[in-house]
Design a protein around this ligand. Sequence first.
Ligand SMILES: [Zn+2]
Length: 322
Amino acid sequence: MPFAEILGHNQNIEVLKRSLLNGKTAHSYIFEGISGSGRKKTALSLIQALFCKVIPDDSCGVCPSCRKVSGGNHPDIHIVSPLPDKRDISVDQLRDLQHDLSLRPYEAPRKTCIIDPAERMNPSSANSLLKTLEEPPGNALIILITENSGTLLTTVRSRCQLIRFAPLSVENLTELLMKNGMSHDAAALVAPMCGGSLQKAVELNNEALIAHREDVLNRVSHLNINQISTVFNTTEELSGNREVTLELLDLLLSLYRDAVHIGAGNREIVNQSVRSAIESIAAKNSFRRNLELLERIYETRRDVQRNANTKLALDNLFMAMG
Ligand SMILES: [Zn+2]
């Protein structure tokens, strides 16, 4: 896709466009960021722009070359990932890659490759790549995709230009989810829970899950400590395995952050679709109290992460909240 269609990462894209315009793209890049933040999309956009002859610092998106890149069948792009049943990227895969890069490009000005995720190269396969990284044959372009460049060999890092990708903002994620066909309310509910990763958002994009979240918000906003039994029933129903409990706590964090926002006189909140429930929490408790509860939810989340009993942790939290 053309750069214009990528959401966020404006600064990175500016840098890449400038290098395209000056004809000074690096030989080897590291694109570092959480998965789902747009690293691979941007890598493919860079390659598409490099190949497209219509626009000097971007791609047109419609010429035969652009269509091949976006269709995933351009013969001058080599993508290396671990084979289906393997943990690591093997030395053989990298040998194939180096052979391929040494051939003349079929139709593009240069050969290109993406290694994703680069941290899956073990030391011997990474070492076999060093010479190629330093002097790619035939002006080839190599892009390493990684969550953390610190896990790569120093000798690999020092041969590449590092570009960091921030997690996507909630606004950008919301927009992306709506582009993927989610309703505005659903997107606004899911986006804040994905830690800036579209991948996570897509995993969460499922109506049953959204309905579950709305249910949680409504229950929590109606918790009543005078009926202790309802507290325990609620935790019984809501606590599951650690993963589910952490997700629930993320949701509570998002809800109470909104309540604190409203308490501070701010109209802008994330969980628009349950605004009335949040307003009732903001009205029921003092601002200070909601801040305390927010802190309390953070603590509970930390405890659960450190293997605390999930049911017990939620019981204690909900008693405090009721
Ligand atoms: Zn084009």
